[in-house]
Design a protein around this ligand. Structure first.
Ligand code: NAP
Length: 287
């Protein structure tokens, strides 16, 4: 039976109107709105597209949005000083460091410098630690987007076999943690799993399959278990087309639910960023 298409946009629209209402309430209570400051070091065309959609979303829900472009030659020390300056500005309630960063800056070393209460991407070690203790305050936007999509299926995760392919800090690891927190039995696959040829073995028993690798068609359609929920996070340009990591047509014949690429996880990622921005404001104001 062909799978039900799990589209991100309808869920995103629903959350957007909830956020809009919440922001209205915040404004009347505190006489101010959450304000997100984004730092972009140098120029990047894909970051520019992401920035444009963030700006539009912020306008739609009526929160503040500030752009802080820095030159491509910015050193790590200069960036840290800049982040600390934004940390100390009370009117700025969320800070987002746009990726990619130039080579002289180690992106993985930056989240620790953002005030954890303003860390709208949930990458500060303190926020990651909260997630480990099942007390997540602000989490990875993409991981939260994945969880919203799974939640929309109504599938009970308790005791389910969940397989996550990819173990990046931004997607694979936080998704694994969030699924574990729901009592799914999680297996996280990575480069070594692929190299040892075990990827099909794990994928074939996944009732929940989340793929975040960045390689088109790495997950063959026939590996997908009948009735599985398939969340494809991958974004790959193949010629003129954008495709995911899963062989969509074949997988859709076996899965119960499957995300399209584009149109699945993507539209929800910015939504989760904005939800985190509102959460960050509430945390700073003691709720
Ligand atoms: P990443 O940091 O490059 O991580 C890719 C992961 O895949 C790594 O953990 C890597 O393992 C693993 N991997 C590589 N080859 C493998 C193989 N043969 N078998 C199993 N695992 C393998 O990328 P990312 O930031 O997590 O992003 C992953 C994909 O999601 C990309 O296409 C990205 O564009 C997309 N993405 C989409 C959104 C969205 O909003 N839709 C958001 C974020 C990312 P090792 O580290 O061990 O090599």
């Amino acid at each position: 039976m062909p799978a039900i298409l799990l589209e991100g946009r309808p869920i995103a629209e629903k959350i957007k109107s909830q956020l809009k209402e919440e922001v209205m309430g915040i404004k009347s209570r505190f006489n101010t709105a959450p304000t997100l400051a984004t730092i972009q070091v140098g120029e990047n065309s894909s970051a520019a597209i992401y920035l444009k959609s963030q700006k539009k979303f912020a306008k739609d829900i009526d929160i503040g949005f500030q752009e802080h472009p820095l030159p491509a030659s910015t050193s790590e020390k200069e960036l840290i000083d800049y982040i600390e300056k934004l940390n100390s500005e009370k009117s700025i309630t969320g800070i987002l460091l746009q990726l990619p960063l130039p080579n002289q800056i180690n992106a993985k070393d930056m989240p620790i410098h953002i005030n954890p209460l303003k860390d709208v991407e949930g990458m500060h070690p303190e926020n990651v630690g909260q997630a480990i203790f099942g007390k997540m305050r602000i989490g990875s936007c993409t991981a939260l987007a994945v969880m919203e999509l799974i939640k929309s299926t109504g599938v009970d995760l308790y005791g389910k076999e969940a397989v996550i392919v990819g173990h990046s800090e931004i997607v694979g690891k936080p998704v694994s943690l969030l699924l574990l927190d729901k009592f799914a039995t999680t297996t996280t696959c990575h480069i070594a799993t692929g190299q040892r040829g075990y990827l099909p073995t794990h994928v074939k028993r996944a009732e929940i399959l989340v793929v975040a690798v960045g390689r088109p068609g790495i997950i063959q359609g026939e590996w997908v278990k009948e009735g599985a929920v398939v969340i494809d996070v991958g974004i790959n340009r193949v010629g003129e087309k954008i495709v995911g990591d899963v062989e969509f047509e074949k997988a859709a014949q076996r899965a119960s639910y499957i995300t399209p690429v584009p149109g699945g996880v993507g539209p929800l990622t910015v939504t989760m960023l904005m939800r985190n921005t509102v959460e960050a404001f509430k945390l700073q104001r003691g709720r």
